[in-house]
Design a binder for this molecule. Structure first.
Ligand code: NAD
Length: 267
């Protein structure tokens, strides 16, 4: 399939590599920054004839079937809508999907209107640290998932928090119905430039059936990514940096005792 990549920064260049690895036909790479294009040439061998500075010109000239939007967040909505209007069959847009819910709705509507498949690159639902955790929490021995608590270093509500919101949707199969958040007053220094604003803080999300998601990523926390999943009979903790997972469940004969009997013998 004829494929273009918009944005040739760190992620864009990884997408270019994947496009090549999948055997898709790369017909253009666009970035206003010549240094990014030069790196795409050096690292992925993208020849100068495929370099563009203007995304719309690239889409007009190349008629892509697949458009990968890997620029930074403020242009995600515009490029996704442009790609759908230009006739792309598939758009893969980097996270965060947009910078407002209005933008996200517009992206969905525009892609629907043009019969374009839209995916947002939240890869966590394909990663073993979540697929394995889901298998465990869904098991009869664990009894389902009641809450997820993320305690981590100061990794940004937008930059990494978005991945965890999506992970919670994957783990529960439900959408959030209520969100409470406490943002730190000072914006974070953002690696992509001073024009981007993100915050540390704390957050609680609930779903219609009462499942809870907590995230504590205060500006005064400087290490780690740890996730604890809790259910009626079990508790699972994942140290995501160390790649370690440990879990316990009540012995079977104690499962039906009330949750207040939280200290029953366990495996
Ligand atoms: N899914 C993930 O795990 C993951 C990981 C890292 C980054 N990301 C996301 O990928 C996106 C890119 O991040 P990055 O780390 O590659 O950033 P980056 O700063 O390394 O690269 C961004 C590139 O986009 C280009 N760009 C900016 N505005 C543009 C525009 N209007 N048109 C075309 N190109 C434009 C910049 O010149 C730069 O080369 C971000 O939205 C980020 O949140 C996702």
């Amino acid at each position: 399939m004829r494929t273009v990549v918009i944005g040739a920064g760190r992620m864009g260049r990884r997408h270019i590599q994947v496009v090549k690895d999948l055997g898709l036909e790369l017909v253009g790479v666009c970035d206003p920054n010549p240094e990014s294009l030069a790196l795409a040439e050096k690292e992925q061998g993208v020849p100068a004839k495929l370099h563009f500075r203007d995304a719309n010109r690239m889409m007009t000239m190349t008629s892509p079937e697949v458009v990968v939007v890997a620029s930074t967040a403020p242009s995600h909505c515009e490029y996704t809508c442009d790609a759908a209007e230009a006739g792309a069959q598939v758009v893969l847009c980097e996270k965060p999907m947009g910078v407002s819910l209005t933008e996200c709705d517009l992206m969905i509507e525009t892609c629907r209107a043009h019969d374009t498949k839209l995916a947002v690159n939240h890869q966590m639902r394909f990663m073993e640290q979540y697929t394995a955790a889901k298998e465990i929490t869904d098991s009869a021995a664990f009894g389902g998932l009641s809450s997820v608590s993320v305690v981590a270093g100061n990794f940004g509500m937008s930059m990494n928090g978005t991945h965890y919101f999506e992970m919670f949707r994957y783990m529960t199969g439900e959408v959030p119905v209520e969100v409470q958040a406490w943002f730190s007053p000072e914006p974070l220094t953002n690696p992509r430039g001073a024009q981007f604003s993100d915050r540390a803080g704390s957050l609680r999300v609930t779903t219609a059936s009462g499942k809870r998601f907590y995230m504590e990523i205060g500006p005064d926390q400087g290490h780690g990514m740890q996730v604890t999943y809790a259910g009626p009979y079990g508790r699972l903790t994942v140290d995501e940096l160390a790649g370690k997972m440990s879990w316990v469940v009540r012995e079977e004969q104690y499962r039906e005792l009330p949750t207040t009997r939280y200290g029953m013998p366990y495996i």
